[in-house]
Design a protein around this ligand. Sequence first.
Ligand SMILES: CC(C)(COP(=O)(O)OP(=O)(O)OC[C@H]1O[C@@H](n2cnc3c(N)ncnc32)[C@H](O)[C@@H]1OP(=O)(O)O)[C@@H](O)C(=O)NCCC(=O)NCCS
Length: 229
Amino acid sequence: MSVARQQENPLGESSVRVAPADPRDVEEIVSCHVLVFPEEVIAMLGSRFLRSHHRFYATRPRGICYAAREETTNRLMGFVIGGAPELRRRFILLNAIRLLPLILWKVVTNRAVRHRVGVAFRRMLEKLSPNLPQARRFDPPEPPAGTWSLLLYICAHPDFRRRGVAARLLEAFREGSATKGFKTMRLTVLNDNAAAIQCYRKAGWTQVASNEEMAYFERPSAETKGQAG
Ligand SMILES: CC(C)(COP(=O)(O)OP(=O)(O)OC[C@H]1O[C@@H](n2cnc3c(N)ncnc32)[C@H](O)[C@@H]1OP(=O)(O)O)[C@@H](O)C(=O)NCCC(=O)NCCS
């Protein structure tokens, strides 16, 4: 499947080429990830961890991973990563022995990691408690299992912002989700990330829930009438 297309470019800037990421893209994706999300727990776990995480998503049939490159220079302009939500659990299980000491060390030494791991643990416990009232849950109800894809990370490299990179990546993610049989896509975004929220709204995503920390957005993966791309 190829979603590479020329971007219309009235400013004469070089075009964006979006294509499924393969393992050769991973190294640059990791560098971009560390640059853009230095505060993210996954980035704090280090480049080795990120490399195996992103390679996992780029090579799994139910993973969805695209890289945007500048046509003229072939530089990485941005990336998007996600896929079937159960891939996350599978990745953790597959790498548990290697990850556990690293995570424990970061939990002890880093407050932000401690907080995120605490939230992840709370979410896991909630999943195991079907009778817990919705009002006490962190996450809103999920769409039926197997029908939705989870967008985990999207970013445009700081050198290439406001040039339609994220818009193109979101469209590629939508197309990839539809091709892999997911009816709905979901993502979470921190409430104070106004740029990303505006970007998602513009791409046809709708906020379906929020809590004190983040907002949840969804969008059907079917192309909507009149959508560019
Ligand atoms: C949010 C982000 C992905 C947008 O990437 P981008 O390639 O610059 O976005 P695009 O050029 O495709 O913009 C699409 C639309 O999003 C909105 N948008 C993008 N950046 C914006 C900003 N800084 N302020 C307000 N709106 C913005 C605009 O509506 C824009 O359309 P327009 O340019 O026609 O007005 C980018 O700023 C980024 O990588 N941020 C850091 C990582 C991040 O926050 N990722 C999301 C985590 S959930």
